[in-house]
Each structure stands twice: as C-alpha cells, then as structure tokens.
Design a protein around this ligand. Structure first.
Ligand SMILES: NC(=O)c1ccc[n+]([C@@H]2O[C@H](COP(=O)([O-])OP(=O)(O)OC[C@H]3O[C@@H](n4cnc5c(N)ncnc54)[C@H](O)[C@@H]3O)[C@@H](O)[C@H]2O)c1
Length: 357
C-alpha cells in the first residue's frame, strides 16, 4: 500500500525530546535524511522544547499529546518516551489515524503488542519500532558469516550478556514499572541480534530467573528507585522448535569483565563479538602439513560499518509503497514476547509456553 507519493509529504512528529541521549534530535535528523519533513515536537519539559526549537528552527511545539493530535499537521508520530508510555501513547496516535514508530522496546507486554498490531490493522496505518541496532556492523557481519556463509556449521546456542557492578542510577530506566525491568533496555537489542541469527526458528518455551533487593536494600531512603527498583540480575533461557537455545543475561551485580557481548556456538566452531571486534574459532579446521594433526583456525578482526540510518530509509520507502517494512510489528513482538514470558516465569518459578497471535 502507498500512503504517500514522496517522502517529503510525510510530516513527522516526535513525542519526547529528552536529554539523556538526545534521541529526539537523532530521530528527526535521520527522518530528515530519509527525505521526510520534521514538523512537530511534543514534550512536557519546557527546557527540552526550547532545545527542539533551536535544533529545528520553525518547528511546531506542544506540551500535550491530545492538543498535538487535535491541532498539528502530522502523519507519522515517533515515540521517544520512557518505556511504559509507548503503549498508551502509540495506541492513541494509531486511533487518531497517525502512522507510528515507537522507540525500543516496542511495548512492555505481549498483550500490548497484540493490541497495537490489531489497532494498526483497524486504522490501516503502519506501526514499527526503532530497531536501529538491527544494522549494527557487528551483527551485520555475524549474520553474513553465521547465517549466509554458515562458517560455524549449524547454530546450536546463542549466549548474550550485558552489565557490570553498581547501584542503579536514579533515572526512570532503573524503575521496574516504568522500564519493564533490567532486561528491557539493552536486552531488547541483544534479542534483536540473536533472533537475526536464528532465522526460521519458532519460540516454544521461556524460563526466566531474577534476583532483586540487593541494591534496593542498600539505597538511601531518598533514592527515588528505592521502592520500584529493577532486578539486580536476570537471566532468560529460550527454547526454539529447531532445538536451538538462547540465553540472555543482564546484571548490575556482575563483578567481573566478561569479554564479548555475544557468543554463537555452532557444530563446527564458535563466533564471538564485542563492540570492537569479532573472533571466529574453527577447531580442527585443517591438518598440519608435517605432523598431519588437526589444526585450529582463529580469525579475528574489525566489524563492518553500522547502518542504523537504514531504519528511516525503509520507513519512508514503505510509506511511499516502494518497499516492504523490515521492522514489522510482528518482528518487534518477538523480543517482547520472550521478555514478557521471562518475567512471568521468574514470578511463577516454572517455564512458560510461547503464544502466537
Ligand atoms: N535505539 C537506541 O539506540 C536508543 C538509545 C537511547 C534511548 N533509546 C530509547 O528512547 C526512549 C527514550 O529514552 P531517552 O533516553 O530519550 O529518555 P529521556 O528521559 O532522555 O527522554 C524521555 C522524554 O520523554 C518526555 N516525556 C515523558 N512523558 C511525556 C509525555 N506524556 N509527553 C511528551 N513527552 C513526554 C520526558 O520529559 C523526557 O524528556 C526509550 O524507549 C529508550 O529505550 C533508544
């Protein structure tokens, strides 16, 4: 379906123009580079609205989403707010007939994913999630080597991890009800990477484990996260119908530097990477010419370039009927379903079966 003739006809609005990483500016810059037209910023913090006006002179600004929807000429609304607001605000925008992009995570629960997907169908509008890291150089290279070229044979297992040791900061990201929990920030990126390495695999079951209370117990009473802090440490094990498995852990009490961010174990070797380089280990890859003994091959090197700008190029092309949507809401639902089941499993103390819409 083509909603627009030309990307410049797509008037873009942003909800949330926060200062933590200046993501509002990044989104509008990337949308503009993809040919679309920055039109509106809606933000409840007047100081940040001032920043938006400096970044994009002449842009229309609002401090209330309802007023923006009633008054602003906007076609596509980008949601760059704390995680718990993605669902209610995206639903409101879809009902108002706007196309929607949420920042990651898409939303917090599977039920919320399904409601947004259903509303987008009813409203005949697009909904997608800003998985800009889908095109990170390290995962682009890993997908090429592991999935296309099958250099490590059949993939058996993926381990992904993130974290360190330290008391959670006072910001909303450390609040379980607002953020979704310790797994929902970087964990969503790591799951997006992992699922690219498991094409065709259907999730069957998830086990989640979580520890909490350590940091909360040590926070002073004045710490705003004392009563709603994220878990200290969480682990997810996901099973797939292919027999493959995926383990994800994120921690604030991991007290050693574990090298790498992801390890992919295959029948013929393993591929690990961090944010600067990859290592490919192929045991018994060849034979030593003199002794005839099997030799190992170790190959390491830098990553490919990252191409996060392709996200908004695809959105513009899709809205103009020139391309299929790459980050479909069904794709964005996959990591959320794993995290939602992990939360339920950690509470219930047993594995949870996957559910498809
Ligand atoms: N993809 C990435 O690489 C990446 C990087 C950083 C952040 N993020 C994501 O971006 C989102 C926002 O994170 P952030 O770091 O920009 O947070 P932030 O706290 O800096 O910004 C959030 C902004 O939303 C505003 N806001 C809250 N409620 C609002 C409402 N009802 N109407 C209008 N504005 C409202 C706040 O005032 C704040 O300025 C999160 O989903 C986060 O995970 C993604």
């Amino acid at each position: 379906m083509a909603w627009f003739k030309h990307p410049r006809d797509i008037r873009v609005g942003v909800i949330g123009y926060g200062g933590a990483f200046n993501m509002g500016r990044q989104h509008l810059n990337e949308a503009q580079k993809a040919g679309m037209t920055p039109a509106v910023v809606c933000e409840i913090d007047p100081k940040r609205l001032e920043v938006a006006r400096t970044d994009f002179p002449g842009i229309q600004t609002f401090d209330d989403v309802n007023r923006m929807l009633a008054q602003a000429p906007v076609d596509l609304v980008l949601h760059i707010t704390p995680h718990n607001l993605h669902f209610p605000l995206a639903l409101k925008c879809l009902k108002a007939g706007k196309h929607v992009v949420t920042e990651k995570p898409f939303v917090l629960t599977t039920a919320q994913c399904d409601k947004l997907i259903a509303q987008a169908r009813r409203s005949r509008r697009m909904v997608s999630t800003y998985h800009n890291r889908h095109w990170d150089g390290w995962i682009r290279r890993a997908v090429d080597q592991v999935v296309r070229q099958k250099v490590i044979g059949e993939v058996l297992r993926i381990n992904a991890w993130m974290g360190g040791y330290g008391m959670p900061r006072e910001w909303w990201r450390s609040s379980k009800p607002i953020s979704g929990g310790i797994l929902y920030d970087w964990g969503v990126h790591l799951l997006d990477y992992s699922l690219q390495l498991l094409p065709g695999a259907r999730l069957t079951e998830v086990s989640g484990f979580a520890h909490d209370g350590f940091w909360a117990g040590r926070m002073p009473r004045s710490h705003p996260r004392k009563n709603d802090c994220n878990e200290d440490d969480a682990l997810v094990i996901a099973r797939f119908d292919t027999g493959q498995m995926l383990e994800l852990s994120v921690s604030s009490i991991r007290s050693y530097e574990r090298p790498g961010t992801m390890e992919i174990v295959g029948t013929r070797g393993s591929y690990t990477f961090d944010f600067s380089s990859f290592r490919l280990n192929l045991p018994q890859h060849g034979k030593d010419a003199r002794s005839g003994k099997p030799t190992n091959m170790l190959h390491s090197g830098p990553h490919w370039d990252s191409q996060g700008y392709r996200f908004y190029q695809n959105i513009a092309d899709h809205l103009c009927g020139r391309a299929d949507l790459i980050i479909t809401p069904e794709w964005a639902r996959r990591p959320i379903h794993i995290l939602d089941l992990a939360n339920q499993s950690a509470r219930a103390g047993r594995a949870m079966k996957a559910r498809y819409a």
